[in-house]
Write a protein that binds this ligand. Sequence first.
Ligand code: AMP
Ligand code: MG
Length: 346
Amino acid sequence: MKRNIEKSLYIVAVCFFLSAYIVFAPGCALKQVQYTAVGTAMGTVITQHIYTKGENITGNIMEIITSLEQDRLSYRVSESEVSKINAQAGSDLFIALSKELNDDLTTCFNVSTKSEGAFDITVGPVTRLWNIDAWVSGENTEQKIPEPEQICSTLTHTGFDKITYSDDQMLLPEGMSLDLGAVGKGIACDRIADYLDQEGITGAVISVGGSILTYGEKEKGILWTVGIVNPRNTETPIGTVSLSGEWYVSTSGDYERYMEVDGKRYHHIMDPHTGYPADSGLSSVTIVCKSGILSDALSTACFVLGEKEGMELADYYDAAVLFVDIEGKLVMNSAMEKIFRQTKEN
Ligand code: AMP
Ligand code: MG
């Protein structure tokens, strides 16, 4: 996976391409332009469809995502704000946070508290112990399951409740670190929406890996249709959600990054209480709500919690939720029932 990410980032300049075509409204002169772009950032594929009467802003959006990753969120980039915080772990000096990161961390800790630790951005030492960066969708059969003692001792360096956090400042205990991998793509969608507001864009659908932003409209009265991946056949959607205006759709699944040992799948969504991949009987969770960071945090949290508690959490945040379990059964809350349509062959 790491190799793929590096390769993807390396070829970003090559594989980033643009196309545009003119959209005519019946009986009108030139109405608006659709710009389409596909590129790579945050170690994932970014797809943009933008409807505007103005100029092509797809390149600016790629820059927003890249700078969010490099300057703010990535623990892998030594100059990022998160890396600088991680480098201070164990010091008894409070670390001052930027307003943006402070707002995002407030949301993260809120979801951590409400999910009783199922969502936890301090889980990084556990994901590194499992070496999930090396997993490429089941291919790495030589990967090993960590010993229970290793997991136990790693868990002493995790737990959001060990962090002292108040008034835009943080004290990170020795050996701990922040990993915003579960929310980075959702945060990117939030930042993109702010930029679309600023630019007065008519409509857009932008996907940042497993997080998707729908914005405005492309034609009056036409809904956006977003496909939801079938976790056991990722080539075809299991269904679609139909949305009007600004919404955020995030999916967490056991198919994104995993290894298989003796026929058992070990995936990248960890239960922070056990230090093992979450064993909640689910293969994917999709959240639709009004915030990118929340949709991304909740999809991860609900995956760990499982159907019953996950649904309570989604309802608490007024989010629509769809669970697909490991048998392929679909369960959703009433908010999702209103917008979801299952694909016939599923
Ligand atoms: P997502 O695909 O949005 O569910 O995010 C999964 C990523 O978040 C993983 O690759 C890890 O980097 C990180 N992660 C794994 N488990 C958790 C968890 N329980 N809470 C927060 N972050 C997690
Ligand atoms: Mg997530």
